[in-house]
Design a protein around this ligand. Structure first.
Ligand code: KG4
Ligand code: ZN
Length: 356
């Protein structure tokens, strides 16, 4: 759908406070204030700390986003906000702010599903036409979705326990590497031999596209403890081999399940990947190779649009608004909000926010 309405987007569902202004497919500004430092001492996102920081930072982010876009509230056509799923305190901060702005300016209010924001990003960046397949892989999400329209999604499979980003973060913690774990595990893995230690490939023995990552963390813990017991400690090379083995297992599982998801889709225009874990070069390359082998266009948005941001919320808000109209001030914040209303609830629930 081509349009050039100007939307202010707000995002506060996990640990990034973000505001952005988007006109059609053009991102006029995108401001992200991350909270990594606030949560660093706790080994995960603390919901109460996150909510307070969102409440403190949202107005500043909005001001900065409007200024960077060279616009002001009176020139905005609509206000889009993440209304779920996520940590409820943070989602509430955003929804209340958006309601205030909407009531004060008279501009339409649009409640956006955070996952729809990720799932529609390939349209923002590459104008991918419906329907397409997307793999969302982040610290809080892991699912295959066939995207049929701005509010029409079919879920083909999802994690039944942890999200892959959580597993990367836990792996880094177990091996004494820095957080966030993905980049540090990836860096270490480049120096390792992925065949040195055996890792399972969870759920490949079962049909379908569901995934599981908690067993990989346990496998890593066992290998680490065995090495510590037998040699009295971990050598740098062991850490590299463990990272390489772990990353290869995640890659293999995601590639095989993607193959099955692609087989299950009909008439799709492309295969896209989004979420922080999509930053992983080995994974991206393996997924691209799979898509190329099947002659299906592959879309991997730039990293700044793969991770949490408000431009995706503004864009998804515009698509939803043009298709279904606006919400009203009864819009509620939803900790859980499955995109596919027909699919049974996913079993998984991760530390970085509610699953859907
Ligand atoms: O999408 P995101 O920014 O936040 C949400 O979880 O919603 O994803 C963050 C996750 C973290 O768990 C981080 O370790 C992981 O993405 N990540 C990576 C890489 N870069 C970030 N995982 C694997 N390889 C990477 N290069
Ligand atoms: Zn996200």
């Amino acid at each position: 759908m081509d349009h050039d309405i100007i939307v202010l987007g707000l995002e506060s569902s996990c640990d990034d406070t973000a505001a952005a202004v988007v006109r059609g497919h053009e991102i006029l500004s995108s401001v992200v204030a991350d909270q990594t430092d606030l949560h660093a001492a706790y080994g995960g996102v603390v919901p109460e700390i996150a909510a307070r920081a969102h409440a403190e930072k949202l107005d500043l982010c909005i001001e900065n986003a409007l200024q960077a876009a060279g616009t002001n509230l009176s020139e905005i056509d609509a206000i889009a906000v993440t209304a779920g799923p996520g940590l409820i305190g943070g989602v509430l901060s955003g929804v209340m702010m958006a309601k205030g702005l909407s009531a004060g300016t008279g501009k339409p209010l649009i409640g956006v599903n955070h996952l729809a924001g990720h799932a529609l990003t390939p349209r923002l960046t590459d104008r991918l036409a419906y329907p397409y397949l997307i793999l969302l892989v982040s610290g809080g999400h892991c699912q295959f979705l066939q995207v049929n329209g701005p509010t029409d999604f079919s879920r083909l499979g999802s994690t039944i326990d942890d999200a892959p980003g959580e597993a990367f973060d836990k792996t880094a913690r177990l091996l004494g590497l820095s957080q966030p774990g993905g980049p540090s595990v990836e860096k270490s893995a480049t120096l390792g031999d992925e065949t040195r230690f055996a890792f399972p490939r969870p759920l490949l023995d079962r049909p379908g596209c569901d995934l599981s990552f908690s067993g990989l963390k346990t496998a890593l813990l066992r290998q680490r403890d065995q090495l510590v017991t037998s040699q009295g400690g971990l050598r740098r090379a062991d850490v590299n081999h463990l990272c390489a083995g772990f990353q290869a297992a995640v890659r293999d599982v995601l590639v095989e399940k993607s193959r099955r998801a692609l087989d299950a889709c009909n008439g799709i225009t492309g295969f896209a990947v989004a979420g922080g874990v999509a930053a992983n070069t080995q994974l991206r390359t393996a997924l691209e190779t799979l898509a190329n082998a099947q002659d299906i266009p592959f879309v991997a948005p730039p990293l700044s649009l793969c991770t949490d941001n408000a431009a995706m919320i503004a864009f998804a808000g515009a698509e939803k608004f043009l298709a279904d109209g606006a919400d009203d001030l009864t819009l509620s914040a939803r900790p859980r909000w499955p995109l596919d209303k027909r699919a049974p609830a996913a079993l998984g629930s991760g530390k970085k926010g509610a699953k859907a």
